[in-house]
Design a protein around this ligand. Structure first.
Ligand SMILES: Cc1ncc(COP(=O)(O)O)c(C=O)c1O
Length: 323
């Protein structure tokens, strides 16, 4: 069963707070670019032109850019290739642990930044979501620099997952020498598009990751998506949505706090709230979907994304009924 916007066996929810995709999407600039893509031909299997465009956008060599079939696929590729323990800072995105399982390597789950730093000594690859999912927390400068220093000394790969960085209210810090993972489908409200990319700290590491991919990992529409999201038209659309998303997030947090629920409001377009263990099922039966966090060791908590006023009104009405 999936909880982040995929089918869960029930009828389509009227209001979906469970997906962190930009609720003002899909980005029309990207939709138009994908419609123009020539689907009658194979894409270039080396993705040369795409890598050039992404490299110019990030001011890195094209040889350090690795396109993938979504950030999740790249997370799995990294875990497979590094062939050693995968370290995470919990609670966080579950695909890192899933990739460790799939690769048959140990999963080291730190609960605090200090523990994460200690466990870096044992890790082959470590993931930090910046900002984190589901907490919305942005890891501070001192911690990320310390983590990068230790990882470099120990030869561990440190990966900053920047899936929510374009949806963060504050700039996020990423040190030199780390992998940077991009998953633009969330910020542009297009999670049905399976395309992401990684910037590796060296061309040699990138080449190994590229070689580990099956051919044609992404199709022509995804190539158009990744190229175009780096352009000003797509980015301007995204920038224009942020004030509304943050206002909706604040209203959502306020609505829940007013009703006595504990809320953790991070920097991105979603929050965590202590709605109680039965809340997800209760709300689902009323056409609203939230993301329960029991699988992350937080049985009372749920994650909810910023949604428009109509959805907030429906949530408020359902919670009144529950009270
Ligand atoms: C932190 C984080 N990284 C990556 C992903 C997945 O990205 P993609 O859709 O590109 O596989 C998610 C999806 O929920 C996420 O929360």
């Amino acid at each position: 069963m999936t909880f982040h916007g995929g089918p869960d066996g029930g009828p389509e929810p009227r209001y979906d707070f469970s997906s962190n995709a930009n609720a003002l999407g899909p980005n029309p600039v990207l939709l138009a670019a994908m419609r123009r893509a020539d689907l009658s031909r194979y894409p270039d299997p080396s993705y040369g032109a795409l890598r050039e465009v992404l490299a110019a956008h990030h001011r890195v060599p094209a040889e350090s850019v690795v396109p993938g079939s979504g950030a999740s696929e790249l997370i799995h590729r990294l875990a497979r290739l590094r062939r050693g323990p995968v370290l995470t800072l919990e609670p966080t995105f579950g695909e890192y642990a899933g990739a460790a399982r799939a690769a048959g390597v140990r999963h080291l789950a730190a609960r605090t930044p200090a523990e994460f730093l200690d466990l870096l000594d044992e890790a082959a690859v470590a993931f930090l979501a910046q900002p984190n999912n589901p907490t919305g927390e942005v890891w501070g400068d001192a911690f990320v620099r310390e983590a990068a220093g230790r990882a470099a000394r120990r030869g561990a790969g440190l990966v900053f997952d920047l899936a929510y960085a374009p949806l963060a209210e504050v700039p996020v810090s990423v040190p030199e020498g780390a992998y940077r993972l991009y998953a633009p489908n969330k910020a542009h409200g297009l999670t049905g598009v399976r395309a992401g990319y990684l910037i590796a700290p060296s061309e040699n590491l990138a080449a190994r990751l590229v070689r580990a991919a099956p051919s044609w990992v992404i199709g022509a529409a995804e190539v158009a998506f990744l190229r175009t999201q780096a352009g000003t038209g797509a980015r301007n659309w995204l920038r224009g949505t942020l004030p509304t998303l943050f206002a909706w997030r604040r209203r959502l947090a306020g609505l829940l706090r007013e009703r006595g629920y504990a809320v953790q409001e991070g920097a991105a377009n979603f929050i965590m709230a202590r709605l109680g263990e039965d809340a997800a099922a209760f709300l689902r039966a009323r056409g609203l979907r939230v993301r329960p966090l029991a699988d992350k060791g937080l049985p009372d908590w749920a994650r909810l994304s910023a949604q428009p006023p109509k959805a907030l009104a429906a949530l408020a009405a359902a919670l009144e009924e529950r009270a």
